[in-house]
Design a protein around this ligand. Structure first.
Ligand code: 5AD
Ligand code: SF4
Length: 477
């Protein structure tokens, strides 16, 4: 095969075509963007269809069973596509599996899908050009699932000059918490934080390129403890204060956080920083102490409620989102009802809920009291009915309110822009393109299943022409 090369492209050859399909969390989205930028240096241009690509990368997620199965069935489809392309055009297609399924499966993946060219784990992406080159020389699939000493952050390029209005920035990776249901500590490795100076520099670059909102990413983002330029270890709160000082940066968010790391300084930051949006994803998983303990979550129901109350004290308009698992081993009907009671007590604006899925190698999978599939499913349905009702009530509660909306992209219809409310709701509004990247006052006039409709207030955007926010929280009715 002739798809790889190590030296950056000289510009003479026609660009090779790259297609990346991303599964799972926002950290994978971030990694895919960086990977595309790296491969662009090696002569690859991104195309929208796998069928046109010389190189197809699946950036995979391993969090639940079905996610891994989806990768194998996608690989089956790609194999057919690749064979067809080769017989019709004579052109090869390299298949790369990256991300957490690659990390977890390693050799096993080449056993089950021997036609795959490269299997590369999430800490070794920056070595992909080298792996591609090796793959042209050597028969058989290449595997790199190391946790190398060099950091991929230092070696992956920073992405295009132009940034999206709302951009992601990974600040830490990995997890040492070992919740008994979760594969992340095994696939993403130990917790590690990037130095604060590197994050601030990347944030400034993103803002220069047009970003007005940054979402700090990490599997355990609030466990962040990076080296600060002052020689001290910086917490996430310290980092957020620093980033809030960047001119023209209107909004900050972070995800995914763990209740155990909701420290006092981080809670205070929600009261102190108007840029920090009043919307927090804080997974609770269960409302029953017994289950939380079996999950090794390191907090109880009351601890979670105390955090929610403290956040609401400093930021009364804060809305919460969460993750839930139903039917964790040993969960009784009574335990499940404790989860429903917690949902009633907190009131979530949005939530993700899943049936427990035993993941090989995790302690949960070896627990004796597995809950029957049908019971897991039935509890999930009941929980989702309650969470859906809360989400609908929350969305309908914004009707008639005037919210600051960050206008992010053109809508489907001419003259329409799509933005986000502080609560991450998509808002469609009639507004000129010139307002892209600005925060507008928008009165919410319609509430649909996945988005809101709104009307711009006549007094226009709330940001001054220099982009500095004019007390964003003041406009919230
Ligand atoms: N089964 C079901 N849900 C899971 N999650 C993680 N692992 C599992 C599993 N084995 C859910 C958790 C986590 C979210 C990202 O995925 O709720 O917060
Ligand atoms: Fe998984 Fe728990 Fe770590 Fe979250 S905190 S990544 S659920 S082990």
């Amino acid at each position: 095969m002739t798809f790889g090369q190590t030296a950056p492209d000289t510009g003479k050859a026609a660009p090779k075509k790259l297609f990346i399909k991303t599964y799972g969390c926002q950290m994978n989205v971030y990694d895919s963007d960086r990977l595309a930028a790296l491969l662009a240096r090696h002569g690859y241009a991104t195309v929208p269809e796998a069928a046109d690509a010389d190189l197809v990368v699946l950036n995979t997620c391993h969090i639940r069973e079905k996610a891994a199965e989806k990768v194998y069935s996608e690989l089956g489809r790609l194999r057919v596509m690749r064979d067809q392309r080769r017989s019709e055009t004579g052109r090869p297609m390299a298949l790369v599996v990256a991300g957490c399924v690659a990390q977890a499966e390693g050799e096993a993946m080449l056993g089950r899908a021997p036609f795959v060219d490269i299997v590369v784990g999430p800490q070794a992406y920056h070595r992909l050009p080298e792996l591609l080159a090796r793959s042209t020389r050597e028969a058989g699939g290449q595997i790199d699932t190391d946790f190398p000493l060099e950091s991929k952050f230092d070696l992956l390029p920073q992405g295009p000059e132009e940034s999206p209005v709302s951009a992601f920035l990974t600040v830490q990776e990995g997890c040492d918490k070992f919740c008994t249901f979760c594969v992340v500590p095994y696939t993403r490795g130990a917790e590690s934080s990037r130095p604060a100076a590197a994050i601030v520099a990347e944030a400034r670059r993103l803002v220069e390129g047009g970003a007005r909102e940054l979402t700090l990413l990490g599997q355990n983002v609030n466990a962040y403890h990076g080296d600060g330029p002052d020689g001290r270890s910086w917490s996430l709160a310290r980092l957020l204060h620093e980033l809030a000082g960047i001119e023209r940066l209107e909004r900050l968010r972070y995800t995914t956080s763990h209740p155990r790391d909701m420290t006092a300084d981080l809670i205070e930051a929600h009261g102190a920083l108007p840029q920090l949006m009043p919307f927090l994803h804080l997974p609770v998983q269960s409302g029953a102490d017994r289950v939380l303990q079996a999950m090794n979550r390191g907090y109880g129901r009351d601890d979670y409620l105390r955090i929610v109350d403290a956040l609401r004290d400093v930021r009364p308009d804060i809305a919460l989102s969460s993750d839930f698992i139903t039917g964790f081993p040993g969960e009784t009907e009574e335990d499940f009802e404790a989860t429903l009671a917690l949902v009633e007590r907190v009131g979530f604006a949005q939530a993700f809920s899943f049936k427990y899925s035993p993941r090989p190698g995790t302690p949960g999978a070896a627990m004796t009291k597995q809950v029957k599939e049908a019971v897991r499913g039935e509890r999930l349905n009941r929980l989702q009915a309650l969470l859906d009702a809360q989400a609908t009530a929350f969305n309908e509660g914004t009707l008639g309110r005037t919210l600051p909306v960050l206008l992010e992209r053109p809508g489907r219809h001419p003259g329409q822009l799509v933005g986000r409310s502080p609560y991450l709701q998509a808002v469609h509004v009639a507004a000129p393109d010139g307002l892209l990247g600005r925060v507008a006052r928008v009165t919410i006039t319609g509430c649909h299943r996945h988005s809101l409709a709104g009307r711009m207030e006549p007094h226009g955007p709330i940001t001054a022409s220099n982009g500095i926010p004019a007390q964003p929280e003041e406009v919230v009715a």
